[in-house]
Design a protein around this ligand. Structure first.
Ligand SMILES: [Zn+2]
Length: 115
């Protein structure tokens, strides 16, 4: 059964994500998974409740819908871009100073030392 509250697959982008119930040797679990690429969300242990209103169903949906937080990644990107901008400005100032010196023929080039 396709649940409308399931997010698309984070791997293939597929929207055909369904929940399922499985069991083996007395263990029973439910999960949400992608029918397109077979990616599966975390398994939620359960008893004998196969019904979609059983607790495992909403837990499996919540587990599937959990994504890594983007806020921290976006803050890191912003910090890196600030650093790039600061370095760019420093290079610009240094190049401008270099060109200004070039325009003054009486001034010795910066690589000459002593007399
Ligand atoms: Zn997928």
């Amino acid at each position: 059964m396709t649940a409308p509250d399931l997010l698309p697959c984070p791997f293939c982008g597929g929207e055909n994500v369904t929940t399922a119930f499985d069991h083996e040797q007395g263990d029973k679990w439910g999960y949400a998974g992608c029918d397109g690429c077979a990616a599966r969300g975390p398994e939620v242990r359960t008893g004998y409740e196969r019904e979609h209103d059983a607790p495992w169903h909403s837990e499996a949906i919540a587990a599937w819908n959990t994504r890594a937080p983007l806020d921290e990644a976006l803050a890191e990107v912003a910090r890196l871009l600030d650093g790039v901008q600061r370095i760019r400005n420093e290079i610009k100032v240094a190049m401008r100073e270099c060109l200004d010196r070039w325009d003054q023929p009486d001034d010795p080039p910066p690589h000459q030392f002593g007399g």
